[in-house]
Design a protein around this ligand. Structure first.
Ligand SMILES: Cc1ncc(COP(=O)(O)O)c(C=O)c1O
Length: 376
């Protein structure tokens, strides 16, 4: 079976983990935490990094750092992982949804203005499957309305976006935009720590607040005195040791991921019934996961294609199911009567193919041959 993704731990990860064990620095203190935080922040072009236990709590910490009032609205894409909505709800806010763009599958930026109300406080763009959101119009809009932007770059390690804004226009890495940005380092990400995440920011006040909240909201003046309720979202030195080894190889990882994306695209171009991921002129995708969307004319749904591909030794995963379709959120009385046709279509007709960085050219070609055979 060709797996959807497998981690590649082939650099100095083992030596660094060995050091943790040899020296006894196995908790959330130790040299690798700071080293990993600063190396990832620097790679993404940010001043501060706050390492946490996973990407879900990175989002939770970022939203908590904003100190929203109860009932504040945060605009998120419907086509994303539940972690985005959870972060808003746990902070006492209300998620307001945007449908997906049919080309990039990221939030349709043109629909955001229509969802801004007097209660809106923040926007959470999510770069989907390695392709960036069109950030410039979104950042302009956020600035005009005084809204915070929390960038979810969990799936976009090394992805670049060409910005025309500010004093330094040009290509910038995802994770460098907005007030705060969040990453996941789960085992299927380009940089993994097994489980792990990070919040990045350029704002020293937000960084200090996120650090304080990450660690039970201890106060510097008197340990065990708490002015507010925080979280234990700490990352261990062992996780950070793996992460540092991974960051040291990020350029090669991104390059190989882009090669895999290009090979799939060239091989599958023109295949009837299949819509391939795009790369907009302002984007350098890492094709974190190489998704495909079936045309209705194939008469097949993605789940049926997945079954066929499994029989041919190819593992796949379904696309996200929209937040508007989640009983856990609908039960709160949200999204009634709203419609998100693009996300609905993606959920029904989309899946992603094996995309791990360890995939060989031969395996990519094998997957493409299996896909053609399944659709013949
Ligand atoms: C867009 C996005 N945000 C957040 C997360 C949550 O990250 P984690 O699985 O590390 O909690 C994921 C998970 O893959 C994700 O894809």
């Amino acid at each position: 079976m060709i797996p959807v993704s497998e981690p590649q731990l082939v650099g100095r990860e083992l030596a660094y983990v060995e050091e943790c064990i040899r020296t006894g620095w196995v908790s959330s203190a130790g040299r690798f935490i700071g080293a990993f935080e600063s190396s990832w922040a620097e790679y993404c072009g940010r001043a501060h990094g706050i390492a946490v236990a996973n990407g879900t709590v990175a989002l939770q910490l970022a939203v908590a750092a904003l100190e929203l009032e109860p009932g504040a609205e945060v605009i998120i894409p419907t086509f994303t992982i539940i972690s985005c909505a959870m972060a808003v709800v746990y902070a006492g806010g209300i998620p307001v949804l945007i449908d997906a763009d049919p080309d990039t599958w990221t939030m349709d930026v043109g629909q955001v203005a229509g969802k801004i109300t007097s209660r809106t406080r923040a926007i959470m763009p999510v770069h989907i499957y390695g392709h960036p959101v069109d950030m410039d119009p979104l950042l302009d809009l956020a600035e005009r309305h005084g809204l915070a932007v929390i960038e979810d770059a969990a799936e976009a390690h090394g992805t670049q976006y060409q910005t025309g804004r500010g004093t330094d226009p040009g290509w910038r890495r995802c994770g460098s935009f907005g007030a705060l940005s969040c990453f996941s380092f789960y085992a299927n990400k380009l940089v993994t720590t097994g489980e792990g995440g990070m919040v990045l920011t350029d704002d020293p006040r937000l960084a200090e607040r996120a650090r304080m909240l990450r660690n039970l909201a201890f106060t510097p003046e008197r340990r065990f005195l708490h002015q507010e309720l925080g979280f234990n979202f700490r990352m261990t030195n062992i996780q950070a040791a793996i992460g540092l080894g991974q960051v040291e190889r990020i350029d090669a990882t991104v390059e190989r991921k882009r090669e895999i994306g290009r090979r799939y695209t060239e091989n599958l171009r023109g295949l009837a019934g299949v819509r391939l991921p795009v790369e907009k002129s302002w984007a350098r995708s890492v094709w974190w996961m190489f998704g495909i969307v079936l045309d209705d004319a194939t008469g097949l749904e993605a789940s049926q294609l997945a079954t066929r591909l499994t029989k041919r030794g190819v593992e796949t995963r379904p696309f996200f199911l929209g937040m508007h379709d989640q009983p856990a959120l609908q039960r709160r009385g949200w999204f009634a009567g709203e419609s998100y046709p693009v996300a609905d279509r993606l959920a029904k007709q989309g899946l992603y193919l094996p995309s791990g960085v360890g995939l060989t050219d031969e395996q990519v070609d094998e997957v493409c041959a299996a896909l053609r055979a399944c659709l013949a």
